[in-house]
Ligand binder design. Structure first.
Ligand code: APR
Length: 317
């Protein structure tokens, strides 16, 4: 069986980590594309020279030519500007829309059968644009946001409770913005509802609610927290890991259930919009949206987030 091929569009901070993770996990041959001459070639040469040490056996190539992504099974897009301190993701829409337009045209021409995972921000709008321009079926164009937002939420809970991150199951819904919806009621540690554990720790429901509210707030602002510390760019290790989880589930047909920015056709009461929801990812791409029951408070938060996504997408030219 021929090796799988993964094309990475954008050879910046996230692109470089993606390339290294693909190689370390031997997901397939890697092509790293960027418009800056020398950048993808230099990064891939650097990674490839670590192969004898790390023991991975894949081809890894840097390029400035779209032809080289031909035949890619998966394309992950990180082309575009990252945030600077004080910026929201939405502030990037004008410049990143232009970049996404050329990128999507390149993918459409050279990798027409690929499963596309978009990371570029503002995420919900960039996925929408990518799907519109490629014209690919919506199950083959998704966005990475929810895996990371949920991972951040899970990490904060694990640190707070002093338990392994492996045993926390957390999920966030909605857009990849400040209105995202961390679902506390569906969050558990080894099946135990997280609020039960917090109440036991603090001996009061009020204090537990206060601690949880702080973690929800931190989750919503977690990207900005990293931007404020880095000052010159945004998070790159964790977005790369998150997209790799999605790519791997597709390539291995694992059918993992991952919070994914997926196109909704009536699920969650949303029609014709990309929004973050739990999705089965397998060889068929975004194979199925798994719905869950929201209470009135959760539904109100979801509605607010969906409204924000709608408004953002409406600004696309
Ligand atoms: N085609 C391909 N690559 C491009 C294009 C283009 N038209 N325009 C810019 N790029 C490249 C840049 O040359 C740069 O190498 O995109 C890369 C972006 O890398 P970084 O600036 O390091 O940004 P990164 O941290 O990787 O984030 C990329 O993901 O999370 C989002 O908000 C983030 O939108 C940003 C994107």
């Amino acid at each position: 069986m021929a090796r799988k091929k993964i094309a990475l569009i954008g050879g910046g901070q996230i692109g470089g980590v993606l390339a290294q993770l693909c190689a370390l996990r031997e997901l397939g041959d890697v092509v790293l594309f960027d418009i800056v001459e020398g950048l993808p070639q230099g990064k891939t040469l650097d990674i490839a020279e670590a192969a004898p040490v790390d023991g991975f056996d894949v081809q890894i190539k840097g390029t400035n030519k779209y032809e080289d992504i031909a035949g890619a099974d998966v394309v992950i897009v990180t082309a575009g500007l990252p945030r600077k301190p004080g910026m929201s993701r939405d502030d990037l829409i004008s410049v990143n829309s232009k970049i996404m337009t050329t990128v999507a045209e390149g993918i459409k021409q050279y990798a027409p059968n690929a499963f596309v995972i978009v990371i570029s921000n503002p995420l919900d709008a960039m996925v929408t644009l990518c799907q519109r321009i490629t014209g690919f079926p919506t199950n083959r164009v998704v966005g990475q946001a929810g895996v990371l937002d949920s991972a951040r939420f899970a990490a904060f809970i694990a640190w707070e409770l002093g338990v392994s991150v492996k045993d926390v199951s957390a999920v966030t819904l909605g857009g990849h913005g400040d209105d995202m919806v961390p679902l506390v009621r569906y969050t558990s540690v080894c099946g135990i509802p997280v609020m039960e554990l917090l109440e036991r720790k603090y001996g009061s429901a009020e204090k537990a609610a206060e601690v949880m509210a702080a973690m929800v707030k931190r989750t919503r602002g977690a990207g900005g927290e990293v931007v404020a510390l880095l000052k010159t760019g945004s998070a790159f290790y964790s977005p790369a890991s998150s997209a790799i989880a999605m790519a791997e589930s597709f390539l291995k047909d694992s059918k993992r259930v991952l919070p994914t920015c997926a196109f909704l056709n009536g699920e969650f009461g949303v029609d014709g919009l990309y929004v973050g929801v739990p999705v089965v990812i397998g060889a068929g791409g975004a194979e199925k949206v798994l719905e869950l029951k929201l209470n009135a408070e959760e539904q109100a938060m979801m509605d607010k987030s969906v409204k924000a996504v709608k408004e953002l997408v409406a600004t696309l030219k």
